[in-house]
Ligand binder design. Structure first.
Ligand SMILES: [Zn+2]
Length: 163
């Protein structure tokens, strides 16, 4: 396994629309293993492939031991609305209140290609919704007011680049 470099806003690679995964082979399993290692080291609860520079529709998530490998997801139903604090490994140190559906129905495949049809609620629904957004180049900042967006842009822009 290997720890991958997590891209930070405003890296343009975070804005790409990721491609469907078609091969459920060794390369995918290796990427999943590396993403788990990277996510746990970064103390995240979710990590999407575009965040590590791989433009494919894949994310991993672990919310309180609910571990998911999600490939080619589609959110087919969404109910209710909940506001809660949310962070993102691509926005280190930033936590903002974001409104998300309270409950989602999500269909996806796992790393073996097995199909899942799951109803998720609460924070797990939030994590899965946040990570699915990444696959379409949509970021935490897009859910905030213009004023907060401007503040975060300024803060992230001033951060010294470590790469
Ligand atoms: Zn994120």
């Amino acid at each position: 396994m290997a720890v991958l470099n997590v891209l930070e806003y405003p890296d343009p690679a975070l804005r790409v629309t990721a491609s469907e995964v078609s091969e459920f082979g060794h390369a995918l399993k290796k990427l999943v293993a590396d993403m788990w290692e990277t996510m746990y080291l970064s103390k995240g609860v979710g990590l999407a492939a575009p965040q590590v520079g791989k433009p494919v529709r894949l994310f991993v998530a672990d919310w309180e031991g609910n571990r998911r490998v999600v490939v080619n997801p589609g959110i087919v139903e969404a109910d209710g609305a909940e506001r809660s604090d949310e962070g993102c490994l691509s926005f280190p140190g930033i936590y903002e209140r974001v409104t998300r559906p309270a409950k989602i129905r999500i269909v996806y495949r796992d790393e073996n290609g097995k199909r899942h049809d799951e109803t998720a609620e609460g924070y797990l629904a939030r994590v899965m919704s946040h990570e699915t957004d990444h696959l379409d180049g949509k970021l935490l900042i897009d859910n905030l007011s213009a004023l907060k967006r401007a503040f975060i842009r300024k803060k992230m822009g001033k951060k010294p680049r470590g790469r």
